[in-house]
Design a protein around this ligand. Sequence first.
Ligand SMILES: [Zn+2]
Length: 418
Amino acid sequence: MVWKIALAAATAFMGANAVTTNYQSTVDPLNIVLPDIPQTTSLDSGVQCTYYNSPNAIVPSEWPTVWGSATSNGMNTSAEFTALYNSIDWTKAPNFPVRKLNAAGGLDMTGYDGAADPACWWSASTCKTPKTAGINADLYACPEPDVWGITFDDGPNCSHNAFYDYLEKEKQKATMFYIGSNVVNWPYGALRGVKDGHHIAGHTWSHKMMTTLTNQEVLAELYYTQKAIKHVTGITPKHWRPALGDLDDRVRWIATQLDLTAILWTLDTFDWAANVTPGITEQTVDDNYEAYIKMGTNGSYANSGNIVLSHEINDMTMQFFMKHYPEIKKAYSHVMDVATCMNITQPYVESAVTFPTFDQAVGSTTNTSTGASSASGATTPGAAKASTSPAASAAASVYTSLNGPLFIAALFGLLVLV
Ligand SMILES: [Zn+2]
């Protein structure tokens, strides 16, 4: 398989709608070197989740409060955000109401016509095709037969080294939906994802139900997540996933202004819910995985594939996947990230980073006897350098000289999200 190597420098973001954005980075996503510090190498959760300073750290005054609303810390009135907001023609925005939460913390759908579903509200009907013109339609299933589309939400998790090592050993790429607040808390975690060649997408700044936010808040959640991923890793994703799948045409329209397309799913493992939601145990999640694995051999995906929702959120959810992965590989002809299964060869604004087409990926994965099962056809960062190279260790000395004090922010990475 011929490697298509694009050496063009990362291009500045010029969204399709030419809105005023300010995404900047000093990181070359094709030459990521992780420092050789315990947080990037240890398999002990406590060690991995010890705060570290880094050249990728943010200046807190210039960003929303980590894990706060994306309009917090004065971001709603900052010159940068105001310029962005004013560059959008809001007269064209669908005029659907901001949804409310009920007393139990769920979405209040009182009065909403779920049958007609005028807003294409996924939470009400799993609607995925916008009913308003000019909005990017959701992606939700790999189109080719016999494909398990791998997605992991809520990363980067500070304790993901064993999981990412496992995926690397298996030469397995996945789509990773990163939360902006996690990205700035654990920049080396995000860099590892890009370096390993995973397909990175956004998952909002603070993981709130998007339809319950105002236009301004929705824009900020998306924008600052894009900005954080770009700042830390050098890439600007073109895809995102709303927390709990909660989006309607108003939210989709705002995402479209930032040139973002949502990726949803067809199968949900509910891995995060084990021992959290009453009635859902680890056995429940194992049963879910087993049922979905069985669908790979019983004809369910004879004509098209799936996208499976799983999580990077904690050691348990990552363990679920590693436990079932060998059986997934046996049951499905192809296990791959969403960019690859959708033939999205340029999933980032930066055209230098490319992914293989489905055919290119399949061509290489069917040749496993030679060990050539990596994503041939791609210029993925993971192909640029080995994580344990001497060069990486040498460069690490630059980073380790920048050790700083512990931040309270480190604690945020330990929050449990759903
Ligand atoms: Zn999530």
